[in-house]
Design a protein around this ligand. Structure first.
Ligand code: NAP
Length: 283
């Protein structure tokens, strides 16, 4: 049985991924305290000890706005340099590496959905560091597997994600303005985790591949406003939800306008509404 190591094990995706993989594989999770992906000696020591055959890198710096200023350095250290180290070491030790990246590597000008072979052109610091990480991954370890996902939510109520934020706001507010000019595809982390399990089950066929994995949306994707409306409908929250523009809701980091990812492989996630329905029942 393959043994799998998950980095960033205290994060949202790892929280859902570990138990799903544990149903079929031996899995060890390491959080930042025990395995810092920016520390070469730390990585080598743990990998020599654990003797795993697959690593899934869930470790990342994910504060998109802070990455514009106070988090700029750590953003590049973790999302780019850390990936370089993992890729180099995994290649030397012949360990399969699955790395998670983001729709924010794209500039948001393609309305019809980004394909894995589309060329990234990030418009914020987080996207730039993640893209640099992708490039280092591919140059150091061409057989590594790259999984891009988007608008991720899951884990439980302890994690910061859009669904949890909307539900928290609904406890104290009667009305809310939500951005209606950014389009994308939400992804339930349990659905993503099952897709990653599918990749692992057939890893011999997928080395070197890029996957775009998100829940299915129609057309150009949905907006944050559409997402919020569905959250409030499913949870029967009586809140006056109004549309606003990105200009009205300014953030430090610019977001891509269209960042739907298109799946062009055999691994397909279910519709975004089904994933969301399961999550809101669960939390
Ligand atoms: N969340 C989204 O909307 C979204 C969308 C698209 C793609 N993604 C990608 O999906 C992946 C998983 O995201 P997530 O939402 O699960 O992120 P998350 O909840 O922020 O988890 C990331 C984990 O990485 C850890 N970490 C940070 N620096 C580290 C280091 N130097 N060494 C080891 N671990 C470190 C963090 O630990 P600390 O908390 O202790 O710092 C945290 O536990 C990431 O690659 C992210 O870029 C996320």
């Amino acid at each position: 049985m393959a043994k799998i190591l998950i980095t960033g094990s205290n994060g949202m995706l790892a929280y859902d991924l570990i138990p799903i993989l544990q149903q079929s594989y031996e899995v060890v999770g390491y959080d930042r305290e025990l395995l810092d992906i920016t520390n070469i000696e730390n990585i080598k020591t743990i990998l020599e000890k654990e003797q795993v055959s697959i690593i899934i890198n869930c470790a990342a710096y994910t504060n998109v706005d802070a990455a514009e200023d106070e988090g700029k350095l750590v953003n590049y250290q973790v999302n780019a340099f850390g990936i370089y180290l993992l890729a180099k070491i995994c290649k030397n030790m012949d360990i399969d590496l699955i790395h998670i990246s983001t729709d924010y590597v794209f500039d948001g000008t393609k309305k019809s959905g980004y394909l894995p072979q589309d060329i990234p052109n990030p418009i914020n610091q987080y996207g730039m560091a993640k893209y640099l990480g992708e490039q280092l991954l591919k140059s150091e370890y061409p057989n590594a597997i790259l999984v891009r996902t988007s608008w991720l939510y899951g884990g439980g109520s302890q994690f910061k994600n859009f669904v949890n934020t909307m539900l928290k706001l609904a406890e104290t507010r009667n009305e809310l303005k939500v951005v209606n000019d950014q389009f994308g595809s939400p992804t339930y982390s349990k659905d993503l985790s099952k897709a990653i399990l599918d990749i692992i089950n057939n890893i011999g066929n997928y080395r070197g591949n890029i996957f775009h994995l998100c829940n299915q949306t129609q057309g150009n994707g949905i907006t944050w406003y559409d997402f919020a409306q569905e959250i409030f409908r499913l949870t029967q929250k009586n809140i006056d939800c109004q549309r606003c523009t990105s200009e009205e809701f300014l953030t430090k980091a610019k977001r891509p306008q269209y960042s739907k990812l298109t799946n062009d492989n055999e691994i397909v996630l279910r519709s975004w509404k089904e994933g969301l329905e399961e999550y809101v029942k669960y939390i």
